[in-house]
Ligand binder design. Structure first.
Ligand code: PEP
Length: 270
């Protein structure tokens, strides 16, 4: 049984410091190789030596190789935006986890709402990809989030629970602690509308309660849950201070050195 709403608000308030913040930039289908290098070289100057939190950039596949080399002497880590659930073979246009690892990619975004919407990715497929990622030592960032219609229809918790259980199906406890969950309300992505602190905390705590129910309290306490949806420098501090928010997945504001660096600087724990 999941806890009641009242129990879910900040169920494990004091454990914030157990989890290191992870701020990831999802560049989506933006940046040529030259533009990607300009962006990452600017980030290296601004935040390349930040040690207090994890910084991840997720360029398009075409820029991974060059960005991988460029960040070697920094604390910035590399992520990809998607991968195949298969490890090799006749899957035209697909990229396997092993190919990403070869480029020193450490994280991979799975089940972003744009892929759920445009490529019709299901929870079942996302869980296969998550298992394939772990089999190759890639750490998945698994995205979940409700649409505006679902929120307004009172379906937020049902949708989130279905996505969390389905997308993480089959993961072992060891794999789960190496998985990041990104809560991205679809109505907040690229719209300039951010979830309020109370809305974000409520869903994050709910996700953690689901993780307790699927795995156990120890696993749930260790899993990092990012918030995503119009994060910017001006709202990052408040969001990152929430007890169950352990980082951000940033879209639009990750495309510019100043705005992404400011998000990172404003998120550094005191
Ligand atoms: C995203 O697409 O993951 C995202 C959070 O985008 P934005 O920050 O632009 O809302």
């Amino acid at each position: 049984m999941l806890p009641t709403l009242r129990q879910r608000i900040s169920p494990i308030k004091m454990i914030k410091k157990e989890r290191r913040l992870i701020i990831a930039g999802n560049w989506k289908m933006n940046k040529t190789v030259a533009e990607a290098l300009a962006l990452v070289n600017g980030l290296k100057i601004e935040v390349g030596k930040v040690k207090e939190l994890d910084i991840v950039v997720c360029p398009p596949f075409t820029a991974l190789s060059e960005v991988s080399k460029a960040i070697l002497d920094s604390n910035i880590r590399l992520g990809a935006q998607n991968m195949s659930e298969n490890s090799f073979g006749a899957f035209t246009g697909e990229i396997a986890a092993g190919m990403l690892r070869e480029l020193s990619v450490r994280h991979v975004i799975l089940g972003h709402s744009e892929r759920r919407q445009y490529q019709k990715e299901s929870d079942e497929l996302i869980s296969k990809k998550a298992l394939a990622a772990h089999a190759t030592s890639l750490k998945p960032i698994v995205c979940v989030g409700e649409t505006l219609a679902e929120r307004e229809g009172g379906l937020t918790e049902t949708v989130i629970e279905t996505q969390v259980r389905g997308s993480l199906a089959g993961l072992s406890k060891e794999q789960m602690v190496e998985t990041v969950v990104a809560y991205e309300p679809v109505w907040a992505i690229g719209t300039g509308k951010t979830a309020t602190a109370a809305q974000a905390q409520e869903v994050h705590a709910f996700i953690r309660a689901i993780l307790v129910s699927i795995f156990d309290d120890t696993v749930a306490r260790r899993v990092r849950i990012q918030y995503g949806g119009s994060v910017k420098a001006s709202n990052a501090t408040e969001l990152m201070a929430l007890p169950d928010v352990d980082g951000a997945l940033v879209g639009g504001a990750a495309l510019d050195v100043r705005s992404f660096s400011d998000i990172i600087k404003n998120s550094i724990p005191n």
